[in-house]
Design a protein around this ligand. Structure first.
Ligand SMILES: [Zn+2]
Length: 99
C-alpha cells in the first residue's frame, strides 16, 4: 500500500481507490491533508496493467467461449485490476512528469 511521503502514514486500500478515482492528479493525504502524487514509475506500471484489457477482447476468437463468458472475463479483469491497483501506487510529494 502507498505510504504518504509527508507524514509516513500508510493509506488503506479503500482510501487509495477513492483518491485514485478523482481526476485531479493531486491526492490529499487522508492523514495529514498534504497533496500527494502518484510517481511516474507507479503510473507506468498501472498503465501496463490496464493494457491487458484490450487483449482480452481477442479471447473469444481463440477460445470457444460465448459472449457472456467473455463479458464475465472482462468484468473480472476490470475488478482484478482495481483490486491490484492500490498495491502498485507509490506516492511522491512532488508531481513528476510521466517520461
Ligand atoms: Zn500524510
Amino acid at each position: 500500500m502507498p505510504v504518504c511521503q509527508s507524514c509516513n502514514q500508510k493509506w488503506t486500500w479503500k482510501q487509495t481507490v477513492k483518491k485514485s478515482f478523482t481526476l485531479d492528479t493531486a491526492m490529499p493525504c487522508p492523514h495529514c491533508s498534504q497533496k500527494q502524487y502518484v510517481t511516474s514509475r507507479a503510473r507506468k506500471r498501472s498503465a501496463l496493467l490496464t493494457m491487458i484489457i484490450p487483449f482480452l477482447i481477442f479471447i473469444p476468437f481463440f477460445f470457444d467461449v460465448n459472449i457472456f463468458t467473455a463479458l464475465g472475463l472482462y468484468l473480472a479483469a476490470g475488478m482484478g485490476i482495481m483490486l491490484i491497483y492500490p498495491f502498485l501506487v507509490e506516492l511522491s510529494s512532488q508531481e513528476e512528469h510521466l517520461w
